[in-house]
Every structure is written in C-alpha cells, then in structure tokens.
Design a protein around this ligand. Structure first.
Ligand code: HGY
Ligand code: MN
Ligand code: MN
Length: 416
C-alpha cells in the first residue's frame, strides 16, 4: 500500500500505448491527427475512452455539452471529487498529444491506482471537455466555459461551423448530448496535464512546467465588405478591395504585438475570402484576429489599437468594417495550493521543474473560475504544436503523468 507522498509512479509503456492507440482515430495526412470536435472521428475517440474508463472500473456520465466525466469512487461518496483531464478533440492539422496527454494521463493515474491498490477519501473524476480547440466551432474551450457559467448553453448550441452546421445538432448527431446539467458538478480541485506547446522547457532541459498563470485572449472576428469587381478592368482608384483591407489589418496586428514585446502575441489564422475567384476583387472577407497577453492592461490596449486602426484602414479604402468578439478570457492566476502540490510532487520525484506561464488557452483557464485549479506541463519537441509534426518523448510523458499522479491522489487524500 502506498503511503502519502511515497514515490508513486505510473506505467509509462501503458500510457504511451494508449496515446498511440487513440492517435489511430482521426489520422491526419502527415502523421498527426484530424479528430475535430463533434465529427464521427471525435465520436469514435469518445467511445474508446469510455470503454477504457469502464475497463478501469469507472462509471461514465455525460453532460448537456457532451463533456465526459469518468468517476472512480472514494471511501467517502459525499466528499467533493478531485477532477483531472483535458480534451480529445484536435486541430485539423493537429498533433497526437495536445489535450490527449491530459485525458489519457488522467486515465493512467486511475489505472496505476488500481495496480497499487490505492484508495482515496475523495472520488476522482477523469474528464474529456468537449471542443477545447474552437477550430470547427468558435470559441475555444466552449464546454468548460459553459461549465464555468461564462458562456450560455443555448448560445453554444447555436454556434455554426464553416458549412453552417449547428453545434447542438452535431452533438446530437454523434450521440454524445447528455442529460446532465452543465456546471452542476462541484469540484474539490481540477488538475490538467498538457504539453507546453512552446520551446522553453526543452530549450532549458527541464522536465516539468509548474504553470502559475495563463495568458488572456481575444478572438475578434472581422467582416470587411467592399465590392466584387473585375481584377482586370476595374481602375485602381475605383476599387473597394476587402482583401487589401485584410492585408493591412494583418500587418497592423503584427505591429501592435511587436510593440508590446515580450508580453504579447498576435496573428490571423482563420480567413474566408469571397468569392475567392482569381479574377475577382474580393468584395467580402471574414477573418479572426487572435491576440494574447499575460497582462490584462496590455491585452485591452492591443484590442483598442487594432479596432481603431482597422476602422481607419477601412475608411480609407471605402469598405465596411464589422467586428464581433467570438472568444475571450482574462489572464489567469492558478490556485497556489494546487500549484504547490505540483511543484512539491516534481521536487519529491526528482524531476527538474520551473514556473511557467501558459501561452496557450486550456480548459483549466475556465475551471479556475469555479474550483481550485492548476496545470502541469511537459516539454514538446522544438516547442511545436498545432502541427502534425508535434512530438514528445515517452520520458516527458512519464514525468508529467508521475507528477499528475502525486498531485491528484494527495489532494484526494490517500486512505491507509
Ligand atoms: O487556442 C488555444 O490556445 C488552445 O489551443 N485551444
Ligand atoms: Mn490543448
Ligand atoms: Mn490546441
């Protein structure tokens, strides 16, 4: 029987095998994954995860946003559970580990508890949050946002993808729309294991990122409206070129982010051009500006400068400019008690570690609003993510999951 804080270790081969097994579902075209939310592939991955959880003795519940909760009983059924998890959905050109490591790392904690005969006072719940990526249906972290009471359920159901399909309809179609009220569950704590998705840990040769904060984010969807016309016969002064407006705003976003270095990033990753014909000046473009900063005041100034600058650009080009905020959360400071549990675990297990601010958004950023929350990160090769070439090593996965194991079972209070 393991004693509190004893040198608990997960089974790295079993974790790695499960990661590789899940990666077979929704394969990409270059070795990664395309398992986008609410697709048939997402549904298949959910079924596999559910089967694994049931094989590990857990009961699986699903809420109205499709989020999955796999529960391992504690000795006190009334004690608030400790939650652990992340997301199984991926980018269209995603990697095998973004999100998946956190869900299957949580499952590996349960499997290891079963192997070692560990009992805890508090139940433990492994969670798969629906649509963390926000790539098919904006915004990102939509299900954890509804759970935290920051996003309205019906607004979420009405989100549409590029083909006009509704979130709520697709959730029903794949058979993963649960009955449970979103957010009714109360948590003692939530822990999320995630790859860093940046270069710091690998560059410094450090095993574990103790995530103290997360960047804040705005997703601003711009719709510029000019006039379709012939690229050959329309005189330059008479053009109302929405594409040119987008190009100038793209440059503006980069300049604003560079003005606030090192505490700012900005880019445009989503673009729709209409009519998208080689010999038609685009009369309409729709694109999403993604700006982030760990500092709230910086984030606010960035948004103001970009929206004011875009209005000036569009006025000069005689095109209309509409902006809709389709995603937002403020910078996050994680719970110091949970952060310490992670740092102490890394220390006791002999893993090198450092404090780190998460550049990417995570479900933990919303759950931190409703429960004590913290994250543990492991390195990834070249800091690359949201790319099919995303890679980690088995040792990095082991280190992250070992630390997660300690943080979760100690917070859940091991019972002798
Ligand atoms: O956008 C993000 O930071 C996350 O990968 N969804
Ligand atoms: Mn992720
Ligand atoms: Mn991601």
């Amino acid at each position: 029987m393991a004693a509190p804080g004893e040198n608990l270790r997960i089974n790295p081969d079993r974790l790695w095998d499960s990661l590789m097994e899940m990666a077979k579902i929704g394969p990409g075209v270059a070795g990664g994954n395309n398992r986008q939310t609410l697709t048939d592939e997402d549904g298949e991955g959910r079924h596999l995860f559910k089967r694994w959880c049931e094989d590990a003795g857990m009961s699986v519940a699903v809420d109205q946003m499709g989020t999955m909760f796999a529960r391992r009983e504690g000795t006190d059924p009334d004690a608030l559970p400790v939650y652990v998890g992340s997301h199984l959905d991926t980018q269209p050109t995603g990697g095998k580990f973004d999100g998946v490591l956190g869900v299957l790392g949580g499952l590996e904690v349960i499997r290891s508890m079963n192997d070692l005969g560990i009992r805890t006072k508090h139940p433990i719940v492994v969670t798969n949050w629906t649509n963390e990526e926000g790539t098919r249906f904006a915004p990102a972290m939509i299900a954890s946002g509804v759970f935290a009471g920051e996003i309205d359920l019906d607004w979420a159901y009405d989100r549409t993808d590029a083909k006009g399909k509704r979130f709520g309809d697709e959730l029903e179609r794949i058979g993963w729309k649960g009955e449970e009220e979103v957010g009714a569950r109360k948590m003692k704590a939530f822990f999320e294991l995630h790859i860093e998705q940046g270069p710091i840990l690998e560059d410094e040769g450090i095993d574990i990122g103790v995530v103290t904060h997360g960047q804040g984010l705005w997703w601003l969807q711009f719709t510029l409206t000019g006039k379709d016309s012939h690229t050959g016969s329309t005189p330059m002064p008479k053009r109302r070129n929405a594409g040119l407006g987008m190009a100038r705003i793209t440059e503006l976003v980069h300049e604003v982010a560079m003005d606030f270095q090192p505490d700012a990033v900005g880019a445009i990753g989503h673009v729709e051009v209409y009519p998208n014909s080689r010999n038609v000046i685009p009369g309409k473009v729709v694109f999403t500006v993604d700006i982030r900063s760990p500092d709230l005041d910086t984030l606010t100034q960035m948004r103001e400068r970009i929206e004011d600058g875009a209005a000036t650009i569009c006025e000069a080009l005689d095109i209309a400019c509409d902006v809709e905020a389709v995603g937002h959360f403020d910078p996050v400071a994680f719970d110091e008690g949970c952060v310490s549990a992670i740092r102490d675990a890394a220390e006791r297990l002999g893993y090198s570690h450092r404090n780190i601010v998460s550049g990417a958004g995570h479900d933990a950023c919303w759950i931190n609003r409703v429960a004590p929350t913290a994250m543990v990160m492991c390195p990834c090769v070249d800091g690359l993510s949201h790319n099919e070439a995303e890679e980690i090593t088995k040792d990095w996965a082991r280190a992250g999951a070992d630390v997660l194991f300690h943080a979760v079972v100690e917070t859940a209070e091991i019972v002798e």
